[in-house]
Design a protein around this ligand. Structure first.
Ligand SMILES: NC(=O)C1=CN([C@@H]2O[C@H](COP(=O)(O)OP(=O)(O)OC[C@H]3O[C@@H](n4cnc5c(N)ncnc54)[C@H](O)[C@@H]3O)[C@@H](O)[C@H]2O)[C@@H](O)CC1
Ligand SMILES: [K+]
Length: 491
């Protein structure tokens, strides 16, 4: 697991490290610069090459000045390009600048060469507070136009460190070395594309600096198998969860098949699919391990189950609505609502209110909307939801007292009073029909094995992405289909 921090969280951890723990600011800056200098040295063929360091007037620029000194000491030929009004420079910047005057570097007001081995971006870090304009914008454009390996210090200049948005224009780096903790903007689009490969350098700001207030966002980065619920040695199929899946209207049997297979491949003991009578034969052939039932057997099946997943390929017919009503009014089992169940919830405020009441009373509820479904549920436009996925996900989770898996290129798992989990696994090859049905099956199986709703949603999204990466590794981004995901699930 790794933390993803905002600029203000990072400032708090900086301050706590300096003021409460007592590590001087110049020590942190030196360590940051050392990490960047070592990376530069490792990436450049031998010493003696030309390096350009573009510095702003804040502490990010101060880092750049310190890197320039360390590289000069290692026999690089360093050009230092300072942009901005020096009178407004930070005290640390001034200190670094006065030290650097004693070193053999060239100060320039414009890059002079076309053959830099490395170009270092130290214009803005987490202190970027507005759109980049005028001489700064010109500097960013010129920097981007130069040939050579580009390293951004902390954040590529111009990328908003909390959201990943481009603030007017931004440096396009090959690599970013970020200091202390990874900034949120380095994992969200488009920031992650501007950052290139991201590494996090330990500069002495550790979890010790949290003082009871840890970051509010995190991502998994471990092996998927480590996150799965422990499998009891003496368990039987009843121990590992009975998943009731209500899915697949006529001509949509595929959604039920994918979700059922995914649930079995995530360790579910038993899966029963309630689907329309016309899907029976195909389901029996495709997933012979699954039990089958029709909507008129819903009540009995609900009594049998440990967890219910409703929605994949369900449609919005009267029969679909009656199934959804049945699992909301007629049960308090953990419930996952996906796809058409979400569309029905968007159209039926009374069902939504009932679900909210149950969520407040402690029922485990997970909703897995993509941006379009989220827009229908929140009454916002699709573009507003895509732009503000985080706040929309949090608002829906609070309204329904539920866990919301807000699906996009970076899926967010939001729960009331819970830190946000960002899913970083996966690939664009997974943006294909049926991928969501697989996620629903995985998540339901985890719920059925007794996981807490938030954990099931977060681990489910992560496992789903890992399976997608493996599938894309085999079939390529274009060739990957949702069925390849279930085929690649192996734990
Ligand atoms: N002790 C610390 O505080 C540490 C800070 N470090 C570095 O310091 C950075 C943060 O330093 P600062 O807080 O000084 O912030 P920055 O250096 O990111 O930039 C702040 C300066 O840029 C100006 N500015 C912001 N947006 C602008 C825009 N669009 N156009 C023109 N000027 C703009 C601000 O007025 C301010 O002068 C981190 O990203 C990191 O690189 C590291 O050295 C580690 C330790
Ligand atoms: K930077």
């Amino acid at each position: 697991m790794r933390y993803l921090v905002t600029a203000s969280e990072m400032r708090r951890f900086d301050e706590n490290t300096i003021e409460k723990i007592g590590i001087p600011a110049c020590v942190l800056m030196e360590r940051a610069a050392l990490a960047a200098a070592e990376l530069t040295e490792a990436r450049c063929d031998g010493r003696g090459g030309y390096v350009l360091v573009m510095c702003g007037m804040g502490n990010n620029g101060g880092d750049g000045l310190a890197v320039a000194r360390l590289l000069a000491e290692r026999d690089f030929r360093v050009e230092v390009w300072c942009v901005g009004n020096r009178e407004k420079a930070s005290p640390q910047w001034k200190q670094q600048r006065s030290i650097l005057e004693k070193y053999p570097v060239e100060f320039t007001d414009k890059p002079r060469r076309g053959d830099y081995g490395a170009l270092i971006d130290a214009l803005f870090g987490v202190g970027l507070s507005r759109e980049i304009k005028h001489e700064y914008a010109e500097a960013v454009m010129l920097f981007n136009s130069l040939e050579g390996w580009k390293l951004a210090l902390d954040v590529p200049s111009g990328i908003h460190s909390d959201t990943g948005r481009v603030m007017g224009c931004a440096v396009r780096a090959d690599e970013t070395v970020t200091f202390g903790f990874c900034k949120r903007g380095l994992v969200f689009y488009p920031g992650c594309e501007y950052a290139g490969e991201v590494s996090t350098a330990d500069i002495g700001i550790s979890e010790r600096s949290f003082y009871g207030r840890k970051p509010e966002m995190y991502a998994y980065d471990e092996e998927a198998a480590q996150l799965l619920p422990k499998r009891q040695r003496g368990g039987n199929k009843g121990t590992f969860g009975k998943v009731l899946l209500i899915a697949g209207s006529l001509n949509m049997a595929g959604a039920a098949i994918l979700a059922a297979r995914a649930a079995y491949r995530t360790g579910a003991g038993m899966v029963k699919v309630i689907t329309c009578a016309g899907n029976r034969t195909i389901l029996q052939q495709a997933v012979p391990e699954a039990l089958l039932g029709t909507p008129n057997e819903l009540d009995r099946s609900v009594e049998w189950a440990d967890v219910i997943a409703v929605g994949p390929g369900l449609g919005k017919s009267a029969e679909a609505l009656s199934c959804l009503e049945g699992v909301i009014y007629g049960s308090r089992l953990p419930l996952l609502a996906d796809a058409d169940a979400l569309n029905l919830l968007a159209e039926h405020p009374e069902l939504r209110a009932a679900l909210a009441e149950q969520g407040a009373a402690g029922r485990k509820v997970i909703l897995t909307p993509h941006v379009g479904e989220l827009a229908r549920l929140t009454g916002q436009s699709v573009s507003a939801c895509a732009e503000e996925l985080l706040s929309c996900g949090i608002a829906l989770a609070s309204e329904l007292h539920a866990v919301v898996t807000a699906k996009d290129a970076r899926t967010l798992i939001c729960g009331e009073g819970h830190d946000v989990c960002v899913n970083l696994s996966g690939s664009n090859g997974m943006a294909t029909a049926g991928s969501g049905d697989v996620l629903a099956g995985i998540t339901a199986a985890l719920l059925g094995q007794g996981m807490d709703a938030f954990e099931a949603a977060a681990v489910g999204a992560y496992i789903h992405g890992r399976a997608g990466e493996k599938a894309v590794g085999k079939r390529g981004e274009y060739g990957c289909m949702a069925g390849d995901l279930t085929a690649q699930m192996r734990y």
